[in-house]
Design a protein around this ligand. Structure first.
Ligand SMILES: Nc1ncnc2c1ncn2[C@@H]1O[C@H](COP(=O)(O)OP(=O)(O)O)[C@@H](O)[C@H]1O
Ligand SMILES: [Mg+2]
Length: 136
């Protein structure tokens, strides 16, 4: 079974359908990109997965747990972390340290961070990762 399963979710705001029967399956260790023009529903999809919005129809499962109606802190506890489009950076930290803050509270054991750490020890951190973060 996929690690993350989104099944036919529909999210509407009044008369606006942000998501219309959207489905998605992500296997463990798989990287999936969601692309689309402004207003296509990318952020709404992430908001549903991370518990900020709750779809009116469909369901979302993470590692077999239904999280369709879960709140952000419950979703986080299960191991889902997200970054935001409009970010607030900690200017005293490096780019990498800011990224690490989005790490799941299950810690460095998550597949993504294991992969990132492993690749970086082989090829080095991406250029600029150790620079201080700033808005510019
Ligand atoms: N909180 C909200 N209230 C009303 N409409 C919203 C809200 N969030 C998103 N929408 C609408 O849902 C649609 C999808 O938006 P969004 O998910 O932000 O798209 P994307 O991230 O792909 O640009 C748009 O029509 C947007 O105006
Ligand atoms: Mg967006």
């Amino acid at each position: 079974m996929a690690q993350l399963l989104v099944e036919n979710i529909t999210l509407t705001f009044g008369g606006v359908a942000a998501l219309s029967s959207v489905s998605l399956a992500v296997e463990e260790g798989e990287l999936v990109s969601v692309i689309g023009p402004n207003g296509a529903g990318k952020t709404s999809l992430l908001n549903c997965i991370s518990g900020f919005y709750h779809p009116q129809r469909g369901r979302i499962l993470f590692e077999g747990h239904e999280i369709t109606r879960a709140s952000p802190h419950e979703v986080t506890r299960l191991g889902i972390a997200r970054a935001f489009q409009n970010i607030e950076l900690f200017s005293g930290l490096t780019v990498l340290e800011n990224l690490l803050l989005a790490r799941s509270w299950r810690g460095i054991g998550s597949t993504f961070w294991k992969t990132l750490t492993c690749r970086s020890s082989t090829w080095g951190w991406p250029k600029g990762a150790d620079a201080r973060a700033s808005r510019r």
